[in-house]
Design a binder for this molecule. Structure first.
Ligand SMILES: Cc1cc2nc3c(=O)[nH]c(=O)nc-3n(C[C@H](O)[C@H](O)[C@H](O)COP(=O)(O)OP(=O)(O)OC[C@H]3O[C@@H](n4cnc5c(N)ncnc54)[C@H](O)[C@@H]3O)c2cc1C
Length: 396
């Protein structure tokens, strides 16, 4: 069954290259990434050699300037082998560099982007706090004026890629004149007063450390403010939307990877003296899983194509995240059932798909949060959960 027949030759070639890379280089390491809870440096290096880190970064900064459809194709293929590794990639390929590209000065872009595109350095994006990731009005981390710069204090949760060298930190801010807002700051590992907590074990999306980071009187120079000090934390929506689509492509890859392995298993397995596939519910569940994954793929790539064309409907990213995230988790959970006890054993290497699908379902905003955004869009015309005005009010 063909889908995405509108892809151009370049996009097809990139997808094929990613599929080969996933099969040859990622798949053999995927269980180890999950069990050891870390990604081997050699795999990070091989990914860099293929230029994947710079996929979405403009050519002038060392990337290849591909569109988001291409990024989704690559991330989906890699997620079929390791949804965990693919999840880490979206942050490196899309979220961090796109935020710098949208908000940065020429100097900041020159300083940061080529090193990220080449894979020489890893980046992290940190917004979540104990009060709730999206509950920005209640965030406590803040940068207060100190001479011509700022001092950053507070702590963040769930920072993916805690082993990164460069961190983008969203926090409350105040200008020297007393105006208040929500900004985006660049903090380098090793800055005095900046600490990254030790590795925290997690259910899924292993292979990258996701945990708390803290700031104690960390000096922020004016050159390390990304965008406007009062609005930088809000004004890179295009980076968030693009990242949401890339993230969702890894949910689809996750469900497809689980499906492919399950199909192989069901075809081989004999039960009660006959082929397992002859049990009617089993064959129907496989057909249903295939239909649901196909529907998710159609929705994602239609939305990604509109994003690239600049015609994406407001709230469409949330529709993708909520619907596809939920569906792919349900599909993985159902498919795991077909493995019986074998699926529960780590040795078969399939229960990680269900665990990764659940982590993806929560990360980048739980479904309910995205449904709240969609509901706002439907009832007020504004596809937003938190509005800047509300935050400024609470700061004051
Ligand atoms: C593996 C992983 C990696 C992550 N990486 C990062 C990262 O790199 N940087 C970063 O900043 N954050 C990161 N996060 C945090 C992630 O974005 C948040 O966990 C997610 O957005 C949910 O926020 P929360 O945990 O604060 O849950 P809460 O906001 O406390 O929500 C708890 C639950 O309440 C319900 N809920 C929430 N909002 C609503 C609503 N509006 N209406 C109805 N119900 C609602 C949902 O069921 C939700 O699961 C990561 C999380 C995970 C699991």
């Amino acid at each position: 069954m063909t889908m995405l027949d509108w892809l151009n030759d370049e996009q097809r070639a990139l997808r094929d290259m990613a599929a080969t890379f996933a099969r040859k280089e990622v798949e053999p390491l995927a269980n180890q990434i999950d069990m050891d809870e870390r990604t081997p440096d050699a795999l990070v290096a091989k990914t860099a050699e293929l230029g994947f880190y710079g996929l979405y970064t403009p050519e002038q900064y060392g990337g290849s300037g591909a569109d988001i459809v291409s990024v989704c194709l690559v991330c989906e293929e890699i997620a079929k082998a390791s949804p965990a590794f693919a999840g880490m990639l979206t942050v490196q390929i899309v979220l961090c560099p796109k935020t710098v590209e949208l908000l940065g000065t020429d100097e900041q872009k020159e300083r940061i982007l080529p090193r990220i595109a080449s894979g020489e350095r890893l980046m992290a994006y940190s917004q979540s706090e104990p009060a709730g990731a999206a509950n920005v009005a209640a965030h406590l981390t803040r940068a207060l004026p100190d001479g011509n710069g700022w001092r950053l204090d507070g702590s963040k949760l769930f920072c993916t890629q805690g082993s990164a060298q460069t961190y983008l930190v969203m926090c409350k801010t105040r200008t020297q004149e007393g105006a208040e807002g929500y900004g985006c700051l660049i903090v380098e590992k090793g800055a005095e007063g900046f600490t990254v907590a030790p590795y925290e074990h997690k259910l899924g999306w292993r292979g990258t450390n996701t945990g708390p980071i803290a700031f104690d009187n960390v000096r922020i120079e004016p050159d390390d403010v990304l965008g406007d000090i009062l609005t930088g934390g809000f004004s890179h929506r295009a980076a968030n939307h693009a990242n949401l689509l890339a993230h969702v492509s890894t949910s689809i890859g996750c469900a497809q990877g689980m499906f492919d392995k399950t199909l192989e298993y069901v075809k081989e397995r004999r039960l009660y003296g006959r082929d397992m596939a002859e049990l009617q519910p089993v064959s129907y569940w496989m057909a249903e899983a295939h239909a649901r994954i196909s529907a998710c793929r159609a929705l994602l790539y239609d939305t990604a194509r509109a994003f690239d064309a600049g015609t994406m409907e407001p709230g469409a990213g949330s529709v993708c995240k909520a619907f596809i995230g939920d569906t792919c988790f349900e599909v993985c959970a159902k498919l795991l059932q077909l493995w019986g006890g074998s699926g529960i054993m780590d040795s078969t290497g399939v229960n990680r798909y269900m665990r990764d699908a659940k982590a993806k379902n929560i990360a980048e905003g739980a479904s309910e949060m995205h449904y709240a955004i969609i509901a706002n869009q439907l009832f007020t015309g504004v596809p937003s959960l938190v509005r800047p005005a509300a935050v400024v009010k609470e700061v004051a």
